[in-house]
Structures are given as C-alpha cells and as structure tokens.
Design a protein around this ligand. Structure first.
Ligand SMILES: Cc1cc2nc3c(=O)[nH]c(=O)nc-3n(C[C@H](O)[C@H](O)[C@H](O)COP(=O)(O)OP(=O)(O)OC[C@H]3O[C@@H](n4cnc5c(N)ncnc54)[C@H](O)[C@@H]3O)c2cc1C
Length: 379
C-alpha cells in the first residue's frame, strides 16, 4: 500500500475549519491526507456563547467536539498547540511534540487575549476574548458570586455587540444564581463602559433600542468614556471619575497570536496573517488563513464569527484546488450581514444597514439558525 501523497494540515478547529473538515470528507481529494492540529478537543460556537452565559444553552450544546468530528470525517487528529511554522521544512511546530509536515497548511486559530493596553487589567480584569477560554473564567466568577462576600458590582468594558450581549446575558443569569444559593440579588449592579457610542457599525435605531433595553434592565451605560485603569474595586476613567466594580470583563482588544511573528509569513499592521482574496497568505501560496487570525488585505472585515463561518466554503474549495494543482479562485466576503443580537433573554434585535426589528420571534429565528449550524458539525 502506498502512503498519502500530499498533506493538508489544518491548524486550529475554528469556525472555518469545521466546515473544511466536512467538505473535504464529502468530496475527498485523491491521495490527500487531511490533518487537524488543535489545542482544544472542543471548540465553542460564538453565536451561542451569550446563550450559554445566560443559561439558555448548556456548554455542550454550544460546542463542537473536534475529536468526534475528526473521527466522523476520517481526519487525522493531532491534539497539540502550534507555536510556529517552519516554511523551509514545511512543518507546523508544536509545543512539546514533534512537528507536523504539510504540503498545504491552513490556519484558523482565532485571536490571543490582550489586556495589556489597559493599566491594571491583567491583574484585576477578565479577558472575554478568545471565547474558548472564557467559559471556564465565567464559571469561576459565578463560583465567587455565590459566596456571600463575593463580587456584586459587575462591569463590562467594550460596547460592541459582544460586550452588550455578554453583559445582558450576565445580568439575566446572576440574580438566578444568587437566589439559588439562598442569597439576595438586590446588591447586584451592572455597568457598561465604552469609549464611543455602543454598537458602532450598527444603525442609530439599533443603538437606541439597546440603550432602552439596558436602562430598563437597570444597567448603567457610560458611553464616550475612556478607561484609564482597572483597580480591585473600580474602573478609573480618564475624566477622573470612576465606575465602582468588583468584577470587570474586557471585550475590547484582542491580539494576534504572537507566534505568527516568527514564521516569516506576511502580516497586516495588527500582526494578523495577511491574506488575499483567495485566502492564501500574500507571501506564501501554500499557506492559507481564515477567521479572526487573518487580515483580509483587499476586503477588510470586522473580526466576527460570521465571517469565519462564511470563509469555510471558499477555503475548503481553494485548499482542494491548490492540493490538486488547479487554479484557486477569489472570494469576496459580503460587506454587511444580518446581525441578530440577543438580549440575554429569549428576545433579539435584528440589524442590517438601516434596518432594525426586534422581538421574541427573532430570538427563535437566531436559535434555529445557530442550532442548525452547530448541529451540522456535532457528529
Ligand atoms: C462574548 C462574545 C460574543 C460573540 N458573539 C458573536 C456573535 O454572536 N456573532 C459573531 O459573528 N461573532 C461573535 N463573536 C466573535 C467570535 O467569537 C469570533 O469572531 C470567532 O470565534 C472567530 O472564529 P475563528 O474561527 O477565527 O476562531 P475561534 O473560534 O477562536 O477558533 C480558534 C480555534 O483554534 C484553536 N487554537 C487556537 N490557538 C491554537 C494553536 N496555537 N494551536 C492549535 N489550535 C489553536 C482554539 O482551540 C479554537 O478551537 C463574539 C465574541 C465574544 C467575545
């Protein structure tokens, strides 16, 4: 029996790569072996994460089991953390394990936490990004809150959709948790701090809706406030005022994985892998990248799970073409998409361009879309 002729190695089991696994299994390239290198055995689906925090989904419902998916798709699985890429040797370097050789590599590893730009945040705040490690941190926070002397004043820094959804989800969950622990939730307070308007990139009606919802839920909103530092008991603002807080969650900055710098691969100004419309890194046609870890040079888009999801089909098709020696094709991600932003309850607000709509039925639509997507990879 002859061994595989060509190796496609997928690094990271992010939103784009789960699709690649299933697409390459459905339509296998002859003589090609597909390998997934992943640090974690399960990967979370970002769209359902606020629902897990709100207690609407179990952790398992919002995760894709990569071990099972690899097995179901006939993919070779290497559980390990990539720490580099040796382009001369065509090998992915792993932490404490032998390297994995590739003919074609694809990278979908998301982002790295970055609390350093905010003074005191590394000591006193919790990084929400990347989402994979956040749920454990949130469980530890819940544990502390169930203590009679635990944190009661909860604040989020970052007014994007992630931050707003996250805080609404926490606000919906914590009172229930305290009551279940026999504690009075009355001392709980919630605040959102952001340096501009909330929900930049969405229309004014969506912003007004969330301002209304936040106010109705008793959440203090501090817009156009720059954070100077985080301390044990407060968020200090640059205008000299302070927002009292015992627990601070940061959803703002995220950095590129630091190991990208040593690979010699082209990077964008943020240090993310610079890719062209074919999803190939601009200085290496045998290395592809997608999702948050990639910077699309010609068609820049926000770092959101929806773009990582959308990159899955064109990435799978181009990996297949490249490994078979065919011409790869450009992909142009949609400029805007329908965002369904949940409120931590079974209610959501739809936003696209100047369009806005809200209602419980939009949450049911989001629930259906999210379950259908994640269900396709939960083998
Ligand atoms: C609270 C919150 C809510 C959000 N909600 C939404 C939403 O509703 N809609 C939306 O579009 N976006 C949302 N986002 C953004 C979304 O989380 C990201 O854009 C999305 O997860 C990016 O997907 P990805 O495939 O690039 O990476 P990820 O989903 O981060 O996956 C990367 C994978 O790579 C693995 N990995 C990482 N490093 C290595 C390594 N060195 N070696 C091997 N494996 C590695 C990880 O284990 C992980 O499985 C939200 C973000 C936050 C913080």
């Amino acid at each position: 029996m002859t061994g595989p002729k060509r190796d496609i190695v997928l690094v990271g089991g992010g939103h784009a790569h789960v699709h690649v696994l299933t697409a390459l299994a459905k339509d296998p390239a002859p003589g090609v072996r597909v390998t997934l290198v992943t640090r974690d055995a399960a990967t979370p689906y970002s769209g359902m994460l606020p629902g897990v925090i709100a207690g609407l989904y179990t952790t398992a419902q919002a995760h894709i089991d990569l071990v099972r998916l690899a097995s179901a798709t006939g993919t070779r699985l290497v559980l390990g953390e990539a720490i580099g890429l040796d382009r001369a040797a065509r090998a992915i370097l792993l932490d404490g394990q032998p390297p994995v050789s590739y003919d074609i590599a694809s990278i979908d590893v998301g982002i790295a936490p970055s609390l350093r730009p905010i003074a005191g945040a590394a000591e006193h705040a919790i990084a929400v990004k990347p989402i994979g490690s956040f749920l454990d941190k949130f469980d530890r926070l819940l544990e502390r809150c169930r203590n009679p002397d635990g944190p009661r004043r909860i604040a989020v820094i970052g007014g994007g959709a992630g931050g707003v959804e996250l805080l609404l989800s926490v606000q919906s969950r914590l009172p229930r948790e305290l009551r279940a622990a026999g504690l009075d939730p009355v001392a709980l307070s919630f605040a959102l701090v952001t340096d501009g308007d909330i929900l930049i990139g969405h229309n004014e009606r969506v912003r007004a809706t969330f301002r209304r919802i936040l106010a109705k839920r008793g959440i203090a909103l501090h817009e156009h406030r720059r954070v100077a530092a985080v301390t044990e008991t407060a968020i200090a603002l640059q205008d000299g005022s302070a927002v009292p807080a015992d627990a601070v969650l940061v959803t703002t900055d995220a950095a590129a994985p630091h190991w990208f710098r040593g690979t010699g691969l082209a990077l964008d100004p943020g240090g993310f892998l610079a890719v062209g419309p074919t999803l190939q890194v601009t200085n290496d046609p045998d290395v592809f990248a997608a999702g948050d870890c990639a910077g699309m040079i010609e068609t820049p888009r926000p770092k959101a799970g929806v773009y990582a999801v959308r990159a899955g089909p064109p990435l799978a098709a181009n990996l297949r073409r490249r490994v078979l020696g065919e011409a790869v094709r450009p992909w142009r991600p949609q400029r805007s998409h329908l965002a369904l932003i949940s409120t931590g309850e079974r209610y959501a607000v739809a936003s696209r361009g100047a369009f806005k709509m809200e209602g419980a039925w939009l949450w049911r639509l989001k629930d259906w879309i999210d379950r259908r997507w994640v269900g396709a990879y939960q083998r």
